[in-house]
Design a protein around this ligand. Structure first.
Ligand code: PEP
Ligand code: MG
Length: 601
């Protein structure tokens, strides 16, 4: 099998003892474990005499004020460049004052004449029930933030030491049911080398902070607090999510070598963060970043992305408890566009329906959750045109943000030119309205479409007349053209980016776009795969947009390719008759032509 030299190869021969969680923050550490058993913040129940009720409310309010002061103190302790972490602390400060905790607890103390700890636990129980009904995993994870905030107040009410990490002085890997983002912030100062939790996912705030501080982490490893004891030796692999308990000397040696290899490889690649994305003979391809949440913009900047090629705006939109309004969206988009200016920021309008956020939509007579075939249903632009309330609000916010830099609006899942005309008609109407309201916007703002449905490829020449750019979404294009559900493990082996039909569709789209003088980008996962990169350069794409950390490697591959050689490679793969043939060809071609980048195993 062919692979990039980025150590994605299984590092340890025997996986017998490996436990598998989710790699939430990259890096490898070997150290002793310090296990924190689950904190049972059980409140004792106390009935209050009527004259004590208001005093109890005051005691609760004082604890909330103290919690806020602690968080404010924490806020000033951390440097300005930890903006991800700071925004999380800010959100926790806001949560302290939110009705769901503050208001509800006070209400319960008064209505039931009970102590603050019990009332707080009860209020938290109700919030938990609400979160449990939410299907979307990202929103579901936000309950952990509410719990961190409640735990902090609880600790102050009961006089319990709140910081679970206070006693640590050695360099250890900490293991717990869950850690708060604030706990994670303290880890760096306490020399904690990494952490493993039973709960959480890659999008939890704890994971975000870990990534921004560079603390390796594995999350979602069930029962790890029972499987492991303090003092056990551990290998934590934050890349793959593997954890080894009491590893053998052979495993330790292999992991040390793997770690060294990885570190020197990352150092090598970091040289490419600030270099131009061009071949030695001057052919340029823009390498941009994909993001789901605005706080990922730090990574976009850190890895030298030349703009944002895809902001999946639906994640930001539905990450809040309440749907955002136009002002909130305008602020979010303006900030993003301003931060990246003059580089382009491509914001895709809501891609909802299918497997995403169906249950968060206002019903308005439409029940997406009942669709029999959601991937082929009222998804994405189809939903936006059928019920334009959210779409209109988002377009207004996007247009208002367009004056702050280089914004590109991207319409998802286009399958016919009438959809494009309809959406553009709405944009024109909104522009007229903004004009009347004397609200500034950029009348020349770029509007592009995702090419992710086979009919859009076939009609690419017609569609190219309607828009300013194309962005190929291979994740869906492969799903729809090969009839393979991208989320179904039984057909996952058939999901083949190098299928000749896919390669031809990419080429056809590029050709149609270039004939009409518009840029063609790719933002599907294929764009960030180092094995695909030379092929995609060879097929003539103008921009590849990917997870930001993949950019330096893809840039190095571009910088050691001749344009002519790439074009020949593009031609050669288009001549293959199936995906296996393409892969066999690349298995020979890549190590021969890029010995520094590719190896065989
Ligand atoms: C795609 O389909 O390739 C794409 C980038 O969009 P998403 O993965 O959000 O469907
Ligand atoms: Mg898609």
């Amino acid at each position: 099998m062919m692979q990039g030299r980025d150590c994605t190869k299984k590092p340890v021969e025997s996986e017998e003892q490996a436990l598998f969680g989710v790699g939430a923050s990259p890096g490898i550490v070997t150290a002793r474990a310090q296990v924190f058993k689950r904190r049972t913040s059980r409140a004792a129940w106390r009935r209050l005499p009527p004259e004590m009720v208001e005093r109890e409310v005051c005691r609760f309010q004082e604890a909330v004020t103290e919690a806020e002061q602690e968080l404010q103190k924490l806020r000033v302790t951390f440097a300005d460049d930890l903006s991800d972490a700071l925004s999380i602390i800010d959100s926790h400060i806001l949560m302290l004052k939110d009705r769901m905790i503050l208001g509800r607890t006070i209400e319960i103390i008064r209505q039931e004449s009970i102590n603050a700890e019990w009332a707080l636990a009860k209020a938290l129980g109700r919030v938990k029930k609400k979160f449990e009904t939410i299907a979307d995993p990202y929103i579901k994870q936000r309950f952990s933030d509410v719990k961190y905030v409640a735990d902090r107040i609880f600790g102050l009410l009961s006089g319990r030491e709140d910081d679970v990490l206070t006693d640590i002085s050695e360099k250890v890997i900490v293991i717990g049911h869950d850690f708060s983002p604030e706990d994670t912030l303290h880890m760096q100062a306490k020399n904690i080398l990494g952490f493993i939790t039973e709960e959480g996912g890659v999008t939890s705030h704890t994971a975000i902070v870990a990534r921004s501080l560079g603390i390796p982490a594995v999350v979602g490893l069930e029962n790890i607090t029972c499987l492991c004891a303090s003092g056990d030796e551990i290998i934590l692999d934050g890349f793959s999510g593997r954890v080894y308990l009491n590893p053998t000397p052979v495993q330790l040696r292999q992991y040390r070598e793997y770690d060294k290899l990885h570190q020197s490889f990352s150092e090598e690649l970091s040289l490419y963060i600030h270099l131009a994305s061009e071949t030695p003979d001057g052919h340029r391809v823009r390498l941009a970043g994909n993001i789901e949440m605005t706080d990922e913009v730090q990574a976009v900047l850190r890895y030298g992305a030349e703009g944002i090629g895809l902001f999946r705006s639906e994640f930001d939109f539905f990450s809040r408890e309440l749907l955002p309004d136009e002002e909130t969206l305008t602020r979010t988009y303006s900030e993003l566009v301003r931060t990246l200016a003059p580089q382009p920021v491509t914001i895709r309008t809501l891609d909802i329906g299918g497997d995403k956020f169906s249950n968060r939509l206002p019903h308005n007579g439409i029940r997406l959750d009942l669709e029999r075939n959601p991937a082929l249903g009222l998804r994405s632009i189809r939903y936006s045109l059928r019920d334009p309330t959210l779409f209109t609000m988002q377009l207004r916010a996007l247009l208002r943000a367009s004056v702050h830099g280089n914004l590109r609006i991207l319409l998802p899942m286009i399958s016919s030119s009438s959809e494009v005309r309809c959406a553009k008609g709405m944009v024109r109407q909104i522009m007229n309205k903004l004009d009347q309201e004397e609200i500034p916007f950029d009348p020349e703002v770029s509007i592009g479409i995702m090419i992710e449905v086979p009919s859009a490829v076939i009609l690419a020449d017609i569609l190219a007349d309607e828009v300013d750019f194309f962005s190929i979404g291979t994740n869906d294009l492969i799903q729809y053209s090969l009839a393979i559900d991208r989320g179904n493990q039984y057909v996952a082996h058939m999901y083949e980016p190098f299928h000749p039909a896919v390669l031809r569709m990419i080429k056809q789209t590029v050709a149609a776009g270039h004939r009409r003088g518009i840029e063609v980008s790719m933002c599907g996962e294929m764009a960030g795969d180092v094995v695909s990169a030379p092929v995609l350069f060879g097929l003539g794409l103008d921009e590849l947009s990917m997870r930001p950390s993949a950019i330096p490697h893809v840039r190095r591959i571009l910088r050691c390719s001749e344009h002519r050689q790439l074009t020949e490679l593009g031609r050669a793969v288009l001549g293959c008759s199936d995906g296996g043939e393409v892969r066999n060809f690349l298995t020979r071609y890549l190590p021969e032509n890029y010995p520094q980048e590719f190896c065989c195993s």
